[in-house]
Write a protein that binds this ligand. Structure first.
Ligand SMILES: Nc1nc2c(ncn2[C@@H]2O[C@H](COP(=O)(O)OP(=O)(O)OP(=O)(O)O)[C@@H](O)[C@H]2O)c(=O)[nH]1
Ligand SMILES: [Mg+2]
Length: 357
């Protein structure tokens, strides 16, 4: 899962990147001009579960976040920038809601609504360009040769075109499963899940919830494939540099009840339609991500292709029951369910795959 952090100049993109990547294991490397950070996905359930074991290896699920160059009308026409954006699974759009006269471009009153709208329009226009080019090419090709594939693509693209022309992002349209598959090949930017993050002033750090719930941001709530979050960038960046033991005190002094990084990463998982499952043992405890609705067989495949191949059955138990039982011994047996390949894995379950070979 790779998220690109986008936004206008000086909105706080790099600040957010630093906030998110503080968590261990930390790995920031440069891939051409990209700063990529691997972020552990915080999960309180998993943290509690691992305490039942004396496991030398504890592995969290991870997500990648990429600190991208500032977005502008021009950068969105640059093919290399667009190509990079297309490789992302989701986009985090940081918008400035802080006032800071010392920051260039930040002298005007902040206007996140305008910024979110502007970037959304650019994504839509970029996709419209792709659709129009492809339609023009199809038109030419169809004159030469008729293929069933082309015949299927045409109506799909016409539908996308109409939708985009009405000013709406691809992610909000209703698509059939078949259409979704076809759309994938285009890597449309306005199809990607969008996490809009308002970067707010220090003084408002304690009122994050009120800000997100404010009437002025209502247009961005309850949209398909989009989520609105807020973060007090400077404070969270400061928290990110502190040893863990000092964090609660500083959080309290700012009226923060939870870390912004936790909220952002969890919202990203949710938006991507991912759930977690856990494998627990004395050798390793590990958290994994799985698309919501995926089967036990898919879960097995996530762990290892061999385990998928030799799948016999899955022993499944909810995390709360597992905690209650206190581990794999004794009492767990009443709670364990035996499930087959088709079983739909639920968020927070512990899975033990029985396999041959
Ligand atoms: N007061 C205040 N300043 C902030 C906040 N977040 C970021 N800044 C400041 O804004 C400036 C820009 O922050 P960056 O995180 O570098 O922004 P950016 O979007 O990466 O900037 P570019 O990559 O240059 O486009 C820095 O001087 C930050 O210290 C905030 O929440 N409050
Ligand atoms: Mg930056």
């Amino acid at each position: 899962m790779r998220w690109g952090i986008i936004g206008l100049p000086q909105a706080g993109k790099t600040t957010l990147f630093q906030i998110l990547t503080r968590s261990e294991p930390r790995e920031v490397h440069r891939q051409s001009e990209l700063r990529i950070g691997v972020v552990k996905i915080p999960d309180e359930r998993f943290d509690r579960l691992v305490q039942l074991f004396d496991s030398p290896k504890i592995t969290h699920a991870t997500a990648e976040f990429v600190d991208l160059a500032a977005i502008s009308k021009d950068s969105l026409k640059e093919s290399s920038y667009l190509a990079t954006l297309r490789t992302m699974d989701g986009l985090v759009h940081v918008t400035r809601l802080f006032q800071n006269a010392a920051v260039p471009n930040a002298t005007d009153p902040p206007n996140p609504n305008r910024d979110i709208e502007d970037v959304e329009v650019e994504l839509i226009l970029s996709d419209l360009g792709v659709v129009e080019n492809r339609l023009a090419k199809l038109e030419k090709d169809r004159k030469k040769i008729k293929s069933p594939e082309h015949e299927r693509e045409q109506p799909l693209l016409e539908k996308a075109k109409q939708w985009l022309e009405s000013g709406k992002p691809i992610r909000e349209a209703a698509w059939t499963e078949q259409e979704k598959k076809q759309l994938k090949g285009f890597s449309f930017l306005s199809e990607k899940p969008l996490l809009a993050v308002l970067n707010v002033d220090e003084a408002r750090a304690g009122g994050i919830r009120e800000i997100i719930e404010a009437e002025e941001f209502a247009p961005w709530r309850n949209r398909t494939g989009m989520h609105l979050a807020a973060i007090a960038g400077t404070i969270e960046a400061e928290l990110a540099t502190l040893p863990d033991s000092d964090v609660p005190e500083l959080m309290a002094s700012y009226g923060l009840t939870e870390l912004g990084s936790v909220r952002i990463v969890q919202a990203a998982c949710e938006l991507m339609g991912l759930i977690s499952f856990f494998t627990l043992g004395d050798k390793e405890c590990r958290a994994w991500l799985l698309p919501r609705g995926a089967s036990a067989l898919q879960a097995a495949g996530t762990i290892h292709s061999d385990i998928e191949k030799h799948f016999i059955r899955a022993e499944v138990v909810g995390w709360e029951e597992f905690l209650e039982a206190g581990g794999w011994g004794g009492r767990i047996h009443g709670a364990l369910r035996v499930e087959g390949k088709e079983y739909r894995v639920q968020d927070g379950e512990i899975i033990n795959v029985r396999h041959s070979g």
